[in-house]
Design a protein around this ligand. Sequence first.
Ligand SMILES: Cc1cc2nc3c(=O)[nH]c(=O)nc-3n(C[C@H](O)[C@H](O)[C@H](O)COP(=O)(O)OP(=O)(O)OC[C@H]3O[C@@H](n4cnc5c(N)ncnc54)[C@H](O)[C@@H]3O)c2cc1C
Length: 490
Amino acid sequence: MEAGQRAQLLKRVAILGAGISGLACAHRLAELQKQHQNPAQILLFEASDRSGGNIQTESRDGFLLERGPDSFISDKPWALDLCRRLNLEPEILETETQNRKVFVLKKGRLFPVPEGFYMIAPTNIRSFLMTPLFSLSAKCRMMAEPWIAKGSVGLDESVGHFIRRRFGQEALECVGQPMIAGVYSGDPEKLSLRSTMPRFMDMEHSHGSVIRALRAQSKKQDALRSASGPRYSLFLSFKNGMVSLVSALEKKLPPDTLKGSARVESVEYDAELSKWKICFAGGRAELVDALCSTLSASATGRLFKESDAAFSKELSRMNYESVATLNLAYPEKALPRMLKGFGFVVPALERRSVMACSFSSQKFKGRAPQGHQLLRVFAGGAFGKEFFKKSDADLKSSVIEDLKNILGIQGEPLFCSVSRYPDGMPQYEVGHSQWVEGIEAALTGKKGLFLTGSSYRGSGIADCIHEAEIQAQKLDYFLAVDMGRRMEYR
Ligand SMILES: Cc1cc2nc3c(=O)[nH]c(=O)nc-3n(C[C@H](O)[C@H](O)[C@H](O)COP(=O)(O)OP(=O)(O)OC[C@H]3O[C@@H](n4cnc5c(N)ncnc54)[C@H](O)[C@@H]3O)c2cc1C
């Protein structure tokens, strides 16, 4: 084929946002396009001057701080699979298993979550009966869970309703709510069980009880473990922090893919040219054959405000919570009563500025220099809006004061760095799955437009990677069909 003909055939794809979703989507699309004779040009537009989005690792005075996510999970395979393809496996860091304990604050004191306790459900009866976390009546109520009737199939209920129905109010207030806040920063009375904790819904329907399902699962896992040898811990990071994943993806992208400091202001479809027009500040525009936005649903909605008001309005229905993280460095001698563990969660009832705290240097090796500890606090979320609104200085002093009371810390931190994620936590509220289906139905009428990112089908890193790779596959198929290469997919 002549060079001129090839240039004419060259398709262009724009991916908006270079967080983990955008990077994974661009990377997978490049992998797939490599197999074709005339690969499309991939343009990854990122508003800021760095990629990674929420993922931000910082080295400071010998400490390794994670401002955003500090880990990804290994029980969903997609992040780990990507690490293998990126040759990142030697960099993977497991959690310090000997410290695998989480605490819950109750009336100002920390108590360990009983052994075998899975989010909301006890599986180790002896350890559950011994815990001072629950009253006797709450323990009896929770133990009665296997005899509670199943809920209606197909009904999307709130996480709060589900926990209360199966385990009782105290289980929700003392452990369910803070555990859920630790992951989603949300209100369990609003979050959808189907979209945030589908495993629990499946457990109820398959075994009639969460406790029964967990027991059956744990027997199966024991058998699997002894058959397949040791596996990775549930939470994984990298020796040099989460940024390793971002850097490895960046390096694997074709040259000139990533376009930093390129804030997209609006998008519109040009029906005459059958192309998407992407507009940037200052009037610059790019025409592309296909477009995938990985921005939050609300940010994507804003891009369509002028060109497709109804679609824009529908995307903007999604709610978000804002969170702040604070990394605090201490000399070990300031923490004479420091507990061994991964950290603690704080029920909303306790009314503290700290929503959750990771003992970062006990969770992962190499996060603090010898003789020091690094703590990472979450503040804000559905029950801490007033704390998120505080100035950095006021938020720092509330958190430092809380940590002094809870952990018996003596003295001030060596440093405390605050990072803010306004509207950073998508809230999958009751009805979320129908909303996603509605958005997907609307997309069928918008040729060459694709959406992915944490707003739709999973907000953790592993899910974001999975969804981004699915959209890359769809983009690849779309380009093939558009170029008459449909046969390659037969
Ligand atoms: C504080 C915090 C802690 C978390 N901890 C964990 C954890 O430990 N484990 C886990 O699995 N998940 C965690 N999560 C969730 C996880 O970080 C996110 O789901 C994931 O990083 C989302 O990636 P993304 O690429 O979809 O979006 P983002 O990371 O938000 O990336 C979106 C990108 O789009 C860019 N952008 C925005 N607007 C425009 C525009 N108009 N034009 C061009 N570019 C634009 C942004 O600059 C950004 O780079 C955490 C989230 C937060 C906020």
